[in-house]
Ligand binder design. Structure first.
Ligand code: COA
Length: 322
């Protein structure tokens, strides 16, 4: 059985945080942030607004924008997140409860910024196995609650948001073969720990804040991601020219520009959300999709290559038809 993405819904908290905010708390400026990252503003959740709330609002928006869709028969919920409200219950179970969806499996996916694409990969596999038919896949984060606001190299990057895709069984091939992979030797270069203090044999700081070796992650992403786009195209017998859009994780606009340049792919066909939402980790790909969709760019039948990467370091990519 094949599968398709029936609809996307997103939600971002209403609190806008411009680069000027950071000029007051760290040594930085608007020009540096824009030129080194592409970010103009991001959204922060309120103190009493959590990742599960963002997921629930994303579903409400999906239902409001697609009156033909309902949640009847949803048989699995997958939530990619690194910033769950708590370790248990899962965010997926919180969504199940909010919408009172009966008899549905619930699972959170810990794959950092690649979590949303990992969710699509898993949903495709479950539908192909014939065990499930209608799956909600989320990428949702409240990174601002885990940001070290004294670290000027990372705090300017992160924002909060959520996206959800409804994935359903289909008689047409609309979700193609994926690539997945990881390089755990870089675990210490991007981590968030509440209690354990050793990663890759090295001492880390378990203070519940995101720590990033930005230069190393940047270099790894630029070197690895264009290679993964080529692999995805090859295993699906496609050429880059047959893609309508590439949606790389919005980590840094310069990473997206470098990958586009390496692939000789036009930058205006790279969909991004970094400019107005910052780096929202697993939420960035659905946010980019939604922005482009609302701008009238994505048409039914368009082919999109989605590629997420992040803490692990891990990545997942898949080509889908809108
Ligand atoms: N404002 C002003 N200056 C800053 C700054 C800030 N917020 N942060 C760092 N700088 C300074 C540095 O101290 C350094 O100064 P120095 O040359 O005097 O030492 C200079 O700017 C350049 O720093 P560098 O770390 O080389 O910047 P960069 O161009 O690599 O950008 C990141 C830093 C974090 C934006 C970038 O490395 C990045 O985006 N990394 C990858 C992020 C990512 O992909 N994450 C993965 C998944 S979530």
């Amino acid at each position: 059985m094949n599968s398709k993405i029936t609809a996307i819904g997103v939600y971002a908290p209403s609190k806008r945080v411009t680069n000027e905010y950071f000029e007051k708390i760290i040594e930085t400026n608007n020009e540096w942030i824009i030129s080194r990252t592409g970010i103009k503003e991001r959204r922060f959740a309120e103190p009493d607004e959590y990742t599960s709330d963002l997921c629930i609002n994303a579903v409400k928006n999906l239902l409001a924008e697609h009156p033909e869709i309902n949640l009847d028969g949803v048989d699995f919920i997958l939530v990619g997140t690194t910033t769950a409200d708590q370790i248990m219950p899962s965010m997926a179970s919180q969504v199940q409860n909010a919408f009172n969806i009966p008899n549905t499996g619930c699972l959170d996916i810990m794959a950092a910024c690649a979590g949303f694409v990992y969710g699509i990969v898993l949903a495709k596999g479950m539908i192909a196995a014939g065990t499930h038919k209608k799956i909600l896949v989320f990428g949702a984060e409240t990174l601002s609650k885990f940001t070290d606001f004294t670290d000027r190299t990372s705090c300017i990057l992160f924002g909060d948001g959520a996206g959800v895709a409804l994935i359903e069984a289909s008689d047409q091939l609309k979700i193609f073969k994926p690539v997945t992979g990881s390089d755990g030797s870089h675990g210490k270069d991007l981590y968030l720990s509440q209690h354990a203090s050793v990663v890759n044999g090295e001492q880390i700081i378990p203070n519940g804040k995101i720590h990033q070796n930005g230069k190393v992650v940047f270099k790894w992403a630029v070197q690895t991601m264009s290679q993964k786009v080529r692999e995805l195209l090859a295993i699906n017998n496609l050429e880059a020219g047959q893609l309508d859009w590439i949606v790389l994780h919005s980590a840094n606009l310069r990473i997206i520009e470098a990958v586009a340049s390496d692939l000789n792919y036009p930058m205006d066909k790279m969909l991004t959300s970094i400019e107005c939402f910052g780096n929202t980790s697993s939420a960035s790909i659905p946010l980019s999709w939604d922005l482009a969709s609302k701008a009238g760019k994505i048409k039914p039948g368009n082919k999109l290559l989605l590629l997420g990467f992040g803490g692990g370091l891990t990545y997942a990519g898949i080509i889908v038809e809108a």
